[in-house]
Design a binder for this molecule. Sequence first.
Ligand code: SAH
Length: 205
Amino acid sequence: MSWRSTLSRLKRRGYLKSEKVEEALIEVDRSKFVPERHRDYAYSDRPLPIGEEQTISAPHMVAWMTELLDPSEDDRVLEIGTGSGYQAAVLSRLVDEVHTIERVENLYKSAQENLKDFENVYIYHRDGSKGLKDEAPFDKVIVTAAAPEVPDAWKEQLKEGGMLVVPVGEGFRQTLKVLAKKNGELIDLKSEGGVRFVPLKEGER
Ligand code: SAH
């Protein structure tokens, strides 16, 4: 499977819409974020295991969430759930800064390695449900693990008028929500059904 043909399919299926997101997906080599034993599938549209029972999201999900976030070059973005670092790398081509949080130490370490050439990506090893107060406020927040509900910290750390893209819900299926901060509160802009993410982990850190 070639990357170009995968991207054409994402366009036909409506996940990939803008030229700038397509360029970012061309610029960042997904195979560099995939463990060696799965590299044959790096350019296929499927999630792949990255260890610690976690996955790198499928390309259509990365394209879709990136489009929903409506990235602009002045944005400072917070990502919850660094995983392989691939989503952060793609975003880094489209925005000013990406701050990304990973809770699992091994994944944090391999993401640091994967992202070492991406100078506008900052990685933190901590619990993302608390957000990142020191660097707030953010223009956008993207969450790549399923949240049973939206913690106050994410709302508080978002700028007025800012946007949050997050899979909300419990169990195997969640709703992908696009929320905006208006008058200090989060309002629903869009809800897209039936996505499947690994749940956000709670506890230590
Ligand atoms: N964006 C990633 C895929 C994310 S998978 C990529 O492009 O590869 C979800 C990630 O969220 C996993 O790496 C998981 O360890 C992490 N995670 C789960 N709970 C978390 C929490 N409370 N804080 C930060 N990261 C968390």
